[in-house]
Design a protein around this ligand. Structure first.
Ligand code: SF4
Length: 385
């Protein structure tokens, strides 16, 4: 059932830049609020590029070339100096080949940009910026522990557009107890003035172990509850679709099909991707592996010439099928009807899901509706009876 043919598609390259000015209260990504190890990290990531791109003597040799996407994520990649960014891009181009017009994205925070840096980023061939705005209400930003103000975020968007970027993605978060639908609408309205090509709207989650997760456990903050969360989700989807955006994945919206994220779709379709840097994950033809998290350990291993892989797993056919179902039903493309097979139990479940308006069938594919997106994680279970 899985997208087996996708291992022949162009792979995506991800580089994890694990440094931030300070840690946001909700953040579950691996990053550290210290920049002292940037030079060692840069050297290590360049070594890792060489391991895969040149010296690779193991089973990965030659599999990771001709990338059509490069994603500099984090962390806050724009915290790197212009010189470090240039060195990173130079090494990527030295050790790997890319398709003629790759999508090259950098994640950025509003307080880590300047007009000069943006110009430099463009000169390096980076053609897409993913800006972490989260909200344009200072009370929300404070609640989230962000280091920038709403005004700084607006200024950053102005600067990015002025620098000539024609592919901007904006990250936003909804479902905060400091927020109501009217305030959320104000944020969306202001953001839409910039006509971003892409929007990622995430529902706030209280990840265990994060400061916000601990505050929730201690009763100091609370979630807004399932009903209100659903209201935010439906409102956002309807509103952005009315504004001309395609709601193509639960949390993602694009102004046109060609503006959907080329890189992120690899994660949803079992297309190969190579992740470099601490905690980065990779996937190739049913095998997934991931790097050690700690920057220190990552740098130590690479200094010794050892691949910084922490562990790996080989997914069985059944596991790949189940993942395809989960991932496919989180996207508007859905899954191929033929993938369900002729099991009468499956057909019964499908009929019931159509009747209740959770999925629709079009062009031979089972596609979740907006209502289906709301319960996307439960849809595969319904097929399994
Ligand atoms: S800037 Fe991004 S990666 Fe860094 S702490 Fe905040 S949410 Fe996490």
């Amino acid at each position: 059932m899985n997208n087996r043919q996708n291992h022949r598609k162009n792979p995506g390259l991800y580089v994890h830049v694990p440094f931030c000015r300070s840690k946001c209260l909700y953040c579950d990504f691996y990053s550290i609020a210290s920049q002292t190890s940037i030079p060692t990290w840069l050297e290590a990531v360049q070594r890792e590029m060489r391991l895969y791109g040149e010296d690779c003597g193991d089973e990965h040799r030659g599999k990771f070339q001709n990338f059509d996407s490069l994603y500099l994520g984090g962390g806050t990649p724009t915290i790197l100096s212009e010189r470090d960014l240039a060195a990173l891009m130079e090494s990527a181009r030295k050790y790997f080949t890319f398709s003629p017009e790759p999508e090259i994205t950098i994640e950025a925070n509003p307080d880590s940009l300047s007009a000069g840096k943006l110009q430099n980023i463009r000169d390096l061939g980076i053609n897409r910026i993913s800006l972490g705005v989260q909200s344009l209400d200072d009370a929300d930003l404070k609640y989230l522990g962000r280091t920038h103000s709403a005004n700084q975020a607006v200024k950053a968007l102005e600067m990015i557009r002025f620098s000539g970027f024609t592919n901007i993605s904006v990250d936003l978060i909804y479902g905060l107890e400091t927020q109501n639908l009217r305030g959320w609408r104000k944020t969306l309205d202001k953001i839409l003035e910039f006509r971003p090509e892409h929007l990622s709207c995430y529902q706030l989650t209280f990840e265990p172990g994060t400061p916000l997760g601990k505050m929730k456990a201690a009763g100091k903050v609370r979630s807004i509850g399932d009903k209100l969360e659903a209201a935010f989700f439906i409102y956002t989807s309807r509103y952005l679709e009315r504004e001309g955006y395609l709601h193509y994945e639960i949390s993602n919206f694009a102004r046109a099909t060609e503006l959907t994220s080329c890189h992120n779709q690899k994660y949803w379709t079992h297309t190969p991707y190579l992740g470099l840097g601490p905690s980065a994950h990779s996937f190739y033809s049913g095998t997934r592996w991931w790097n050690v998290k700690s920057v220190k350990k990552y740098c130590q291993l690479l200094a010794e010439g050892t691949p910084p892989v922490e562990s790996s797993e080989i997914l069985t056919e059944d596991q790949l099928d189940l993942e395809s179902l989960y991932l496919g039903l989180r996207t508007s493309a859905g899954i191929d009807l033929n993938e369900l097979g002729a099991d009468p139990g499956m057909s019964g479940a499908l009929a019931e899901m159509q009747r209740t308006g959770l999925v629709k069938i079009s062009n031979g594919r089972i596609k979740p509706t907006r209502k289906g997106f709301l319960v996307a994680d439960s849809l595969p279970l319904m097929f399994q009876g």
